[in-house]
Structure formats: C-alpha cells, structure tokens
Design a protein around this ligand. Structure first.
Ligand code: ADP
Length: 449
C-alpha cells in the first residue's frame, strides 16, 4: 500500500475546520485545480460533520494512488469511523456531496469499514513520482494547521469567488437566452413570410386553374360552334351547287339547243367550278360530321386484301403521269383486323390521292406490315417531301404548303383522314425528307377500339 501523505484525527467540532483546511492543502499539493480543491474540501467537511454526529469521529487518511490500468493518479481520502456506522452504511446528509468528487463509497479496508472519496489528478499536473510524494509528505507534516478563523476567512473568499463565477455564468446565460430569443424571432418571421408566400402562390395557382378551365370551356364552345357552322353552311350550299352542275350539264347536252363554241367553253367552266365547289362542300361536311362525333364506325372483321385490290383498280385511273408508277403491294396473310372497311378505304384513298397529286417522278406505294398487335399501313412517295417544321401544320384545316405547285385541293384531306384514323382507334403520322419524298403511316390496333 502507498504510504499516506497525511493522517489526522476528527474528534471535536473544531476538527471539521482543520480537516477541511488540510484537505484543501493536500488537494493543492497533489496538483488539483483551484475549483477542484474547493470541491474536495467542501465534500470532506460535509462527510466529516456527518461522521462526527453519527459515530463521534473518524481517522482521516490522505493518499495519492495511481490507477492500476492507466496509471493516472487520484487523491484518495479515507475516513475510518471511530464507532460502527449504523447498519454498516453511510449516506451523506446532502445528496449534492457525491457530485463534488469522482467517487464516494463505503469500502472495507483491513477488516474495517471506511468512507472513501477520490478525485482524479489532472494529467497536466506535475508528475507524482515517489520522490515528489516523499517531499509532499514532509512538507505537509511540518505545515501547521491554521486557526478556525483562518479557515473561515478562506471559506469566505472561496464563497465570494464561487458567487462571482455564478454571476458571470448567469450573465452569460442571459446573453445566450437573448440571442436564442432573437434567433427564434428571426425563424418565426421567416416562417411567417414563407407561409404567406406559399399561400399567395397557392391563390395564384388556383386562380390560374380557374382561368384555364374557363379558357378551355370557351375553346370547346368555339370549336363546337365552328363545326355547327360548317355543317349548316355546307349543307345549305350543297343543294344549289348540285343544281348548278345539273343545269350546266343540261345546257351542254346535245339534246338542248346548240351552243356557240364560246358558250360551250363558258358552260364547261361553270361546270368544273361548280364541281370543285361541290367537292369542297362535301369535304367540309365530312369533316364537320367527324368533328362533331356524328360518324360512328361500323365495326366488323375487315380483310385488307379486297380493300387494297379495290384501291389498286380505282386509283389507277388517277395515275396518269407517265413517269409515276402506282404500286399497291399484296398484304401479308392473314390480313384481317377489326375496323370499318369504308372509313379505312377512305383514309387510304385520300393518302394515295395526295401522293399521286404531288409526285412528278418515281412511284407511289401502299404496303401493309404487322407489328405486334397493330397493322401499319404505309403510303410512301418520291414526291417533293415536306419540311419537318410543317409536319404538324399539314394536319390543320385549310393548310397547304406554300410554294408547292398548285394542283388543286382544299387543305381538308389530311385533317379529315386523321380524324377518321383516331375514330378507328389508331394514329396517322408523317415522316418526310424534303426533296426525297414522304411516308404517311396509319397505325391501327388489330382488335379495334
Ligand atoms: P390538299 O391535298 O387538299 O391540299 P391535304 O390536307 O390533303 O389538302 O394536304 C395538305 C397539304 O399537305 C397539301 O396542300 C400539301 O401541301 C401537303 N401534302 C400532303 N400530302 C403530300 C405529299 N404526299 N407530298 C407532299 N406534300 C403533301
């Protein structure tokens, strides 16, 4: 066992002061910091008072011991009670005492029960070598304990220092609290601002949606009235135009009074203009019907081969340019799908007709190809092609590519064809390279809609 640094007895009230004072001296001697010295001295005087009252005193031993594991020194103070502790246990009167030191226990020492407290010596303190400990022992042995008055004065000083420190800490706490409150106010202000901005944005979005709804309702109404207007006007025009054609035919008939050559030419002009007009009126009527949903596909199992055969026959008459060949390929068997044969033939005729109209050299070809559960019907030509930026526009009503040689037409064929294909549950797309030709692809589901 390490030789103790100091030993002393605790027997009377006055000894409590001495034990306290010496405790602080030993704590200072082994290198505890000022605050720790006060803590140890305070804990020691509390325990000393308890033991004096409970068992009439104790023998107090101060020693410095090195930890077996890390070698760090601890100041250890053993208080061996002069009488038996009640129940062999010790509880400090004040619960705060145990917090002033690292350990405060009742331990068995050489058959006796002692109250032991310890406090770690900081690493920064001067090393406690055996020589140093011997020096300390000698110094402590000669230093005489001061009077109770001295100790009271020392305690007062320590109390003032502790109060000072408490005040500083309280001031620091107040500053911190103020800063915290300030930050809180800032955060709340930011939060409120953000909430307000969010609400503002929300209101804007809601208003925008309202406006959008209103605009789309207006658009729908406009589109409906346009279709109604087209249907009515074209319907009203059809009868007089048909009458004009009939009358012109009558005038030119050989059974009628003979016409002069000039008159015959003019009647011919009237007839062809009226026929153009009738074509336009009919197309307008078709488009209006398709747009207003008045065309109902007549769904049936459709075979592509007879449709292709019919197109080959009827369109050959239109392929009158010597340098242009019309090729209608035989569809791969079985070439069936659920669709409306009349509407489908109308779409393909329209596309082939366009191809023949715009192609001056090469060929116009119709072919069918199966791709999974769809049929792809392609009309390709070696005509002038269409610039990429116009690929959407040619599907708009009345749009005709400017600059292309005027070959007649109304600009209604493609929008109508696309309407029909959509009714049949498919899509109509164009790919084209200006100068190299165009390909229009009708993609239809095998099973219909
Ligand atoms: P139309 O043929 O009666 O003018 P469409 O709606 O069928 O009307 O076609 C719109 C326009 O698209 C045409 O005027 C033409 O400029 C262009 N177009 C259509 N098909 C072809 C094609 N095969 N090759 C080149 N241009 C085409």
């Amino acid at each position: 066992m390490t030789a103790p640094l100091l030993q002393m007895g605790l027997r009377v009230e006055h000894d409590i002061f001495v034990v306290r004072q010496r405790g602080r001296e030993v704590a200072a001697a082994v290198g505890l910091e000022h605050q720790d010295q006060v803590r140890v001295a305070t804990a020691l005087s509390e325990v000393a008072r308890d033991l004096l009252r409970a068992v009439g005193g104790a023998d107090v031993t101060f020693s410095a011991v090195a930890d077996a594991v890390d070698g760090v020194h601890h100041l250890r103070i053993d208080l061996a009670p002069v009488g038996r502790l009640p129940g062999g246990r010790y509880e400090p009167q004040s619960g705060a005492v145990a917090r002033l030191v690292d350990t405060l226990d009742v331990v068995a020492r050489e058959g006796d029960t002692v109250v032991r407290m310890s406090r770690r010596v900081p690493v920064a303190a001067a090393a406690l070598t055996p020589e140093r400990l011997a020096e300390l022992r000698t110094a402590l042995a000669v230093s005489a304990p001061g009077s109770a008055l001295d100790e009271l004065a020392a305690q007062n000083e320590q109390l003032i220092a502790a109060l000072d420190e408490v005040r500083t800490q309280r001031d620091e706490l107040a500053v911190l609290n103020e800063e915290l409150a300030e930050t809180n106010r800032g955060v709340m202000a930011l939060y409120n601002q953000l909430t307000e901005e969010l609400e503002e944005t929300n209101r804007g979005v809601v208003a925008l949606y309202g406006e959008l709804d209103e605009k789309s309702a207006q658009l729908r109404a406009a589109s409906e009235s346009k279709s109604r207007f087209l249907a009515n006007v074209s319907h009203e025009l059809r009868a007089p135009v048909t009458a004009i054609i009939g009358l012109a035919r009558l005038l030119a008939d050989s059974a009628s009074d003979p016409l002069t050559a000039e008159q015959a030419r003019q009647v011919g002009l009237i007839r062809s203009s009226a026929a153009d007009l009738l074509g336009l009126v009919n197309e307008l009527l078709d488009l209006a019907k398709a747009e207003s949903g008045r065309i109902e596909p007549d769904w049936a199992e459709v075979d592509l081969r007879p449709i292709f055969g019919q197109l080959r026959g009827t369109l050959r008459a239109l392929a009158t340019r010597p340098g242009v060949e019309l090729v209608v390929e035989e569809p791969p068997a079985p070439a069936t799908l659920r669709s409306d044969a009349v509407l489908l033939a109308q779409v393909l005729r329209n596309l082939l007709h366009n191809g023949l109209k715009f192609t001056e050299r090469g060929e116009v070809r119709l072919r069918a190809r199966r791709a999974d559960d769809r049929w792809l019907l392609q009309v390709s030509d070696t005509g002038p092609g269409i610039a990429p930026e116009l690929h959407d526009r040619i599907f708009e009503e009345f749009y005709q590519v400017p600059g292309v040689t005027r070959v007649g037409g109304t600009g209604l064929g493609l929008p109508y064809a696309r309407r029909l294909v959509v009714l049949l549950g498919g899509t109509l797309q164009v790919t084209s390279t200006p100068g190299a030709g165009s390909t229009f692809t009708v993609s239809l589901p095998v099973g219909g809609v």
